[in-house]
Design a protein around this ligand. Structure first.
Ligand code: SF4
Length: 165
């Protein structure tokens, strides 16, 4: 199958490798799941003032602003509990921009917690992103998804019914 690594896959990669395979193989999660619903509501209502969705290659950037001479891209997230995966997703976007000659900084927004975090693509994070892209490809090109291993995230995952039935 032909596929491109996306921000959503990068986010899943830090949570569950099985989810990466399911998502890439277009197995549709339970859309009525409350976690997905809350995420969608926040997506629609938060930061409306300066909100712009920018489509760039296979990347959808949540929020783009000019700050002094810098381009700032942002991602709006429901909860900082999944901060690591949100950070990896944003680093992936910064990496894709850099590949197109655009230097940007990132910021994560957690509106429910009134919290923000600056994210920069340091050389170390860049190496991490490149390694993750390769590993995602390895997972997705396998014939079957990685075996189901129950993790705390499962209870909030849209694939719960699929994995646990
Ligand atoms: S239910 Fe659990 S194992 Fe299945 S995709 Fe979601 S997080 Fe991964």
């Amino acid at each position: 199958m032909e596929f491109e690594v996306t921000g959503a896959l990068m986010q899943s990669y830090t949570i569950c490798k099985r989810q990466v395979w399911l998502m890439a193989h277009q197995i549709v999660p339970d859309q009525e799941h409350p976690y997905i619903e809350i995420g969608r509501l926040i997506d629609e209502n938060s930061y409306q003032r300066d909100r712009k969705k920018i489509h760039f290659e296979n990347v959808v950037l949540d929020l783009v602003r000019m700050e002094k001479d810098n381009i700032l891209i942002g991602e709006v997230k429901k909860s900082s509990k999944a901060e690591d995966s949100a950070k990896m997703q944003l680093l992936f976007y910064l990496y894709k921009l850099k590949q197109s000659g655009i230097t940007a900084k990132g910021q994560l927004f957690f509106p429910e917690e009134r919290k923000r975090e600056v994210v920069e693509l340091t050389p170390e994070f860049e190496r991490e992103v490149i390694k993750a892209i390769e590993e995602i490809k390895d997972i997705v090109y396998k014939e079957k998804p990685p075996a189901f291993i129950k993790i705390p995230y499962c209870k909030n995952c849209g694939y719960k019914e699929f994995c646990m039935s």
